[in-house]
Design a protein around this ligand. Structure first.
Ligand code: GP9
Ligand code: MN
Length: 431
């Protein structure tokens, strides 16, 4: 009888998309710097408020020919929010349907995640920089199982007084104070920066912003543009350091928004700012706002452009591995390389809704992406949608059984050495 693991393996190997030869290995051997843009939605890109760009630096990256940017990239998180995004990006498996995988399974599960893969295949060192306490989302335990060698959490930084906001060290200080650790890491390194300042309720100290924001009845919306502007400045400052230190040309910088910042209940207040009418706002419009930025900046490269391929967070790991010239074929991963000709453009949301380049399907109702209108289905279209829906549901439930039953403990990819969490000790030897 076929085991559950075999069912999962059969699915992911049939779904595997071979790399695009033009892109394979274009960033081979480079450092990888992943920048997690907290609560950052795609509509912020190129947005002006009172005539001023909200995120001028990210906009310049977005339009640069050294950046492969995606305008139809969606977040796929559930209740695990940031932690779900991290899990998808670094394992190419989904978060759970309820709660956070990091919190529920991060201490005990077997992971075959980016830090371990890159270390074993290409001798990368690895680290996370984050200005909140290590235990938030059970990161201290999960990161060890992912094979992260270092975790520079709040305990490594001075977070006292006005150096922090609700979720920890202010982003500008995180980047600035991380340098002392970053420059001691062995290269090539794979590092992740998890920013926090652009987080609900989007409040900040007056002296940290001079951005003239909106004047809506919703203080979260007004604050959102200010904290996003601050985040943008923090990344600009970090780039200045990367440039000066010489690291920039030896690095590939991956930037992504983890999930929505403004919730569906706020979207009708937001609508006029996006040039839409609040009274015509529908669940189709909410779904479109699941777009978040995904940008791969490879300084020195000139082939970058704004891609219209549809994809999501689940697709990041195979995409990155292939850019680094590392085949993803031997791993159990649910996403597919965004640059592959066989990339699967059906984007699953955690609640089994999904988006394709043509349609948005919400609770079985089908909307046309160009008009936003709900469609009456012909038999043929219904069949096509049913097929996609079936695959989305299957993919999510296979990922769930893989993770909730810890099936990776029974699977050893070629040459993979199982991660031993006890190899790592993060908090200055105190924990
Ligand atoms: C906390 C931060 C926020 O450390 O990453 O997590 P979120 O609330 O966005 O899931
Ligand atoms: Mn988050």
């Amino acid at each position: 009888k076929k085991s559950e693991l075999d069912t999962v393996k059969d699915f992911t190997s049939a779904h595997y998309a071979a790399p695009n030869a033009k892109m394979y290995g274009i960033a081979k051997g480079k450092n990888v710097i992943v920048i997690h843009l907290e609560s950052f939605q795609q509509f912020l890109i190129d947005k002006k408020i009172n005539g001023q760009e909200v995120t001028p630096f990210l906009n310049s990256l977005y339009h640069s020919h050294s950046t492969y940017a995606f305008k139809n990239f969606f977040h796929q998180v559930g209740q695990g929010k940031t932690s779900d995004a991290e899990n998808m990006l670094e394992t190419s498996t989904y978060g759970l349907s309820t709660g956070s995988l990091f919190s529920q399974l991060g201490s005990d599960n077997t992971f075959q995640a980016a830090p371990a893969i890159l270390n074993q295949r290409a001798k990368y060192s690895s680290a996370v920089f984050h200005g909140n306490v290590a235990s938030f989302w059970n990161r201290n335990n999960t990161y060890k199982n992912m094979g992260y060698q270092y975790f520079f959490d709040a305990s490594y930084f001075d977070t006292t007084g006005d150096k922090s906001t609700g979720y920890g060290l202010k982003d500008k200080l995180l980047f600035k104070n991380s340098v002392q650790y970053l420059e001691r890491l062995q290269q090539p390194f794979y590092v992740k920066y998890i920013t926090v300042t652009n987080h609900f309720p989007f409040t900040m100290d007056k002296e940290d912003t001079d951005f003239k924001t909106t004047d809506t009845s919703d203080s979260a919306i007004n604050g959102y543009f200010q904290t996003a502007h601050y985040l943008d400045q923090s990344i600009k400052e970090f780039y200045t350091y990367l440039q000066k230190s010489g690291l920039l040309k030896h690095s590939m910088i991956v930037l992504y928004g983890d999930h929505y910042g403004l919730s569906n209940s706020e979207n009708t207040t937001l609508a006029p700012i996006l040039g839409k009418s609040a009274k015509d706002w529908t669940s189709f419009d909410n779904a479109q706002l699941q777009r978040v930025p995904f940008m791969i900046n490879i300084p020195g490269s000139t082939g970058g452009k704004i891609e219209s391929t549809y994809g999501g967070e689940i697709d990041v790991l195979p995409t990155i591995l292939h850019l680094l010239g590392i085949s993803s074929k031997r791993y159990i991963q649910f996403g597919t390389d965004l640059f592959s000709k066989n990339h699967d453009q059906v984007v699953a949301f955690r609640n089994r809704d999904f988006v394709t380049p043509k349609y948005t399907v919400l609770s079985g109702k089908v909307y046309d992406n160009t008009t936003g209108e709900k469609l009456e289905l012909t038999d043929d279209l219904q069949k096509a949608i049913d097929k996609d829906q079936k695959q989305v549901s299957q993919e999510l439930s296979l990922s769930d059984s893989l993770n909730s039953k810890n099936l990776l403990r029974f699977y050893t990819p070629k040459d993979f050495k199982k991660v031993d969490a006890s190899d790592y000790n993060y908090a200055n030897g105190l924990q």
